[in-house]
Design a protein around this ligand. Structure first.
Ligand code: FAD
Length: 337
């Protein structure tokens, strides 16, 4: 029973599903709207390396996760990020995060998606806009209304709002309605990477902030494999993430203004006066999912359509992996309708 399966999205969920389905002998094609794979495992190139603009690190509580990454992304594609991680309590005192291994892609987050994508057929720069049922299965149309083949099953791993749009365009109202609550639970995030002349805050490598602007800040250069080769260069990249409320209020602000305000907020939190020599900005409209149930995946047997992604399983990197694994079990256990 070899099936033709289309996967929309090449983030961790899409790539995990592709590899697992291919391992079982199915014929799998992944469609990705961006130029490269990875989704929110994202990094931007800078003169002396790259900075992680999306996911900052991941944990591994599912014993299958790290062996999967080792086998398919390669054991040099990720490493433990040793550091001091803290948060400020109500009295303004710094407290330590619970002790557990935190992993990052090396030398950048996208090393993981790059490694995984070598084991999948990924068609990049192809935004899937609608699905149409034909007598030979599901036909997918991209933004040029070009048909991209016929499939027995379709797996969608886009964030909830994009998944809902795709289902709505495909005239599947009964599926679309199931996404409304999930769409409301997705939080946006303005991200800034700032290059400081020297380390502005040597006390922590990553901090969760209780601040009107900032949610999280981290010393990106302290992650394994990021440091500049130039010993004389004392410059350090920090990544600053605004909290969802501030991001929502400033969603249309200019990137320059956002960089100025987030850097000013970091100065307020740390008291640093170290000069900033460069800054990059990225706006995530769909950064994290909060609350809600965690069904793992959604599988619509009658249509042969499955949904996976972090938002169905805890809203984190490892959740994206878990969600893909649970959907693969469900869709391969059922007959093609
Ligand atoms: P995505 O990575 O979003 O993948 C979906 C893919 O689908 C994307 O590549 C997208 O381009 C593609 N796509 C969408 N629509 C279409 C379409 N119509 N056609 C074709 N392709 C399409 N998690 C942690 O565990 N730890 C953290 O520290 C952490 N920090 C974060 C900080 C930020 C700022 C952000 C944005 C996220 C963070 N996360 C963190 C969350 C983590 O990045 C995600 O949980 C995880 O990467 C989601 O993977 P995914 O495969 O479910 O979705």
């Amino acid at each position: 029973d070899i099936r033709r399966i289309a996967i929309v999205g090449s983030g961790l969920a899409g790539l995990t599903a592709a590899i697992k389905l291919k391992q079982q002998g199915h014929n799998v094609t992944v469609f990705e709207k961006s130029r490269g794979p990875g989704g929110r495992l994202a990094a931007k190139r800078v003169a002396d390396g790259s900075v992680d603009m999306g996911a900052q690190y991941f944990t591994s509580r599912n014993p299958e996760f790290l062996p999967f990454l080792t086998e398919f992304a390669g054991d040099s594609s990720f490493a433990v990020w040793n550091g001091r991680f803290g948060f400020q309590d109500k009295e303004g005192q710094w407290q330590a995060f619970p002790d557990e291994p935190r992993y990052v892609g090396t030398p950048r987050m996208t090393a993981i998606s790059r490694g995984l994508s070598a084991h999948a057929t990924v068609v990049a720069e192809t935004r899937i806009e609608s699905l149409a049922r034909t007598d030979k299965g599901w036909a997918l149309s991209d933004s040029n209304a070009k048909l991209t083949g016929e499939f027995d099953q379709v797996i969608i791993t886009a964030p909830p709002a994009q998944t809902r749009d795709l289902l709505a365009q495909s005239n599947l109202p009964e599926l679309t309605a199931q996404l409304d609550d999930a769409v409301r639970r997705v939080l946006p995030c303005w991200a800034v990477a700032a290059h400081f002349e020297e380390n502005p805050w040597p006390r922590h490598e990553g901090m969760r902030c209780d601040h009107p602007v900032l949610f999280w800040v981290a010393n990106n250069s302290s992650k394994p494999g990021r440091t500049s080769q130039d010993q004389d260069d004392k410059g350090v990249w920090w990544v600053l993430h605004a909290n969802p409320e501030w991001t929502e209020r400033n969603v249309d602000a200019s990137p320059k203004q956002v960089a100025t305000e987030l850097i000013a907020a970091l100065r307020e939190v740390t008291g640093t006066e170290v000069a900033v020599t460069d800054a990059l900005t990225h706006r995530w409209l769909y950064a994290r999912s909060e609350g809600g149930g965690h069904p793992g995946h959604l599988w619509f047997q009658e249509q042969g359509i499955g949904l996976a992604g972090d938002w169905l399983s805890g809203g984190r990197v490892e959740g994206a992996f878990n969600s893909a694994c649970s959907l693969v079990s469900a869709c391969t256990a059922s007959a093609v309708s």
